[in-house]
Structure formats: C-alpha cells, structure tokens
Design a protein around this ligand. Structure first.
Ligand SMILES: N[C@@H](CCC(=O)N[C@@H](CS)C(=O)NCC(=O)O)C(=O)O
Length: 234
C-alpha cells in the first residue's frame, strides 16, 4: 500500500520547516498543505485539537503534532539518513540543544526584535549569552551534529533563515562574523545545503511580511511570538 504523508504548515513557519527538512533528508514524498492561520482549516483543528498549530504531520491518517516530535517520528519511521545519533549520550545531547534552542535561544532573540528600551536591553544580554553557548558547541565541528546535520541543526535551522530578515527589517545586528565566527559559519554551511536552501521561504517575501508586521506593531517589530507567527502575508 502506498504511504500517505501530508504536512500541514504555512509558507513561512520556521517550525514547519523542521518537518520539511526531515522529510527531505529522508527522501520522503509528501503533500504540503499551506494553512492560513487567520482562518484555520477544519482538518488542522481536527488533527491538532490541543494546540491548533502547524506543523502537523499526517501519516496514513494518523496525526502527529509539535515540530520536534514530528522530526523524531520521521527519524524513527524512515531509517535512512539518520537524524539522531545511535549513541544514547549523543542522542540526549542533541535533544538537549534542540530544547535549549526553543526554550532559551528563540524567546531571547525574539525579544530583542520585539521589545524596546530596558526589556530589549535585558533580552539582548540573554540572547548574547545563549548564542555564546551555541558558539562553544560548534568548536571543532561543521554542524551541531558533527560532519552531518542532526536534530539540533534542524531545530536551530530557523536562525539561518530568519536572523538576516529580522536584522534587515530592524536595522539591529545580532549574529556577526566578528562576534560569533563559528555560528556565522554554521549558518552559511547550513543554508548552503541544497535541500535546505531550496525550502527556505523567499527572502523578499519574508522581508515584506516582517515590514508589514513592523508597521502593524510599530518599530521594532512588536508583538509576541504567537502573533508574529499568526499573521501571514498573502
Ligand atoms: N511548539 C510548536 C510551535 C508551533 C507554532 O507556534 N506554530 C505557529 C506557526 S509558526 C502556529 O501555528 N500558530 C497558530 C496559533 O498560535 O494559533 C512546534 O514546535 O510545533
């Protein structure tokens, strides 16, 4: 029986991209369904009734939600080109940095671009500390996963795609070659992988989206993570 693989996402969702990359890495054919988050489809609400968010992977009718859970599901279901290492300690380490990315790096960086004044200053300090910790992880490595991309690379891949957009729109600089040479190099190496590059949302369209958000929320791009995710340019 032919496998049915569907991915509910949006054209620009950094969480959706994780699932796209994992599927591409495995060479799995899938149907992409781009949602309008201002008007969520009944299928999305049916498949992810708890969070009502993208991405959702539907494999032979069974839904899986939460991007990092989806990536691990894909890795366990299709064994070729492993995303997680075999060794339990290395697996735990990859999961640790993926979690650190979502719990620490993402909120602090987002705060830098969405807050002003003292709150922004504080978040900038936190973001720099978090980025320094990532920089240290790349010592002697091309990717967080070593020679090849792994779970932490997929989890943090949004940096390679979104930071330059946020920097261009806001005029703020965060990840420079001078401050974070290894992380800067990692962003370039990651973005240069053909299957990663080809799935990045168009840069111009991203700039238009974030300028529109900036105007909506007043500079700098103001609002919370969810709001920024939710509003999609056509
Ligand atoms: N923790 C979730 C986050 C997913 C997420 O925030 N998705 C956004 C799009 S980028 C969404 O669907 N937002 C709709 C909403 O909040 O109503 C994951 O990793 O999948």
């Amino acid at each position: 029986m032919a496998e049915e693989v569907k991915l509910f996402k949006t054209w620009s969702s950094r969480f959706g991209l994780r699932a796209v990359w994992a599927l591409k890495l495995k060479g799995i054919e899938y149907e992409a369904i781009d949602e309008d988050l201002a008007n969520k489809s009944p299928q999305l609400l049916q498949y992810n009734p708890v969070h009502k968010k993208v991405p959702v992977l539907v494999h032979n009718g069974k839904p899986i939600a939460e991007s990092l859970v989806i990536v691990e599901y894909i890795d366990e279901t299709w064994k070729q080109n492993p995303i997680l290492p075999q060794d339990p300690y290395e697996r735990a380490t990859a999961r640790f940095w993926a979690k650190f990315g979502d719990e620490k790096v993402l909120p602090s960086i987002w705060g830098v671009f969405t807050q002003e004044g003292k709150a922004q200053e504080e978040l900038l300090g936190q973001a720099m500390e978090n980025l320094k910790l990532l920089e240290e992880q790349l010592e002697g490595k091309v990717f967080f996963g070593g020679e090849k991309i792994g779970l932490a690379d997929i989890a943090l891949g949004w940096l390679a795609n979104l930071i330059c957009v946020l920097e261009e729109v806001s005029g703020l600089e965060l990840i420079t070659q001078e401050k974070f040479p290894l992380l800067f190099g990692w962003m370039q190496n990651f973005a240069a992988i053909p299957m990663i590059k080809e799935s990045f949302p168009p840069h111009d369209k991203m700039i238009t989206k974030y300028i529109a958000l900036g105007e909506k929320y007043c500079p700098p791009v103001k609002g919370c993570i969810e709001e920024l995710c939710e509003y999609q340019t056509p």
